[in-house]
Write a new protein. Structure first.
Length: 207
């Protein structure tokens, strides 16, 4: 089995401001904000940048798709999902990846939500979510650079446990294979990743 690659400090080239505003429900053409509201939102996003500690990991493995619903990895671990089988039908390798924003941002969100800073908590929450998505994009970009030298290409989209017919319980397999405890990420009995702002995903490598 290939070794897991860990990134203990992911620095984004730029923060996903537009995505954060979209998650907050703002639309450039129709949403009107006062100058005070905009300044408050910008300050909260800047605060999130200071608090979020992005880390990540990925693992490459050979994969074999056995229609209609078996996705078999090199070490004979398998996923049962018709949707995932279709998603990976042209892939020869699978990439499992994860990104986390860390526990500090979750503490700040809980603290603000429990106090008089509910609005700031909402912005911090949105910023952390989008930062984690951007960290997954960063990992995929890192992978893409290396794959070009191999004459291979990474699929543009990702698939996650709990989506479609891929049961959330598969999170246990992904968590174990990536050994996410090394990034301080745990898993509850109900298969929820902790800290909350942690995401796992899979994609394929095409020859």
């Amino acid at each position: 089995m290939n070794a897991v690659r860990y990134f203990h400090k992911i620095i984004l080239a730029e923060w996903p401001y537009e995505a954060i505003y979209r998650r907050l429900g703002f639309r450039r053409a129709s949403t009107r904000m006062t100058r005070e509201q905009q300044e408050e939102t910008e300050q909260s996003i800047l605060a999130a940048e200071e608090i979020v500690r992005l880390q990540g990991a990925f693992l490459r493995q050979q994969v074999r798709v056995e229609p209609p619903e078996r996705v078999v990895l090199a070490d004979q671990v398998e996923f049962q999902s018709r949707n995932l089988a279709v998603f990976l039908q042209d892939a020869r390798e699978i990439v499992m990846m994860a990104a986390t924003a860390g526990e500090e941002i979750m503490q700040a969100i809980r603290r603000d939500a429990a106090g008089d800073c509910v609005t700031r908590a909402v912005v911090l929450d949105a910023a952390a979510s989008e930062a984690v998505d951007a960290a997954l994009d960063w990992i995929m970009g890192y992978l893409q650079q290396g794959l070009r030298r191999e004459g291979k290409v990474l699929m543009n989209t990702r698939y996650s446990a709990g989506y479609g017919d891929l049961a959330l319980e598969n999170q246990r397999v992904i968590h174990r294979l990536l050994d996410l405890e090394r990034l301080g990420v745990g898993l509850t009995e109900s298969c929820i990743l902790v800290p909350e702002k942690t995401v796992t995903a899979m994609t394929g490598i095409l020859a």
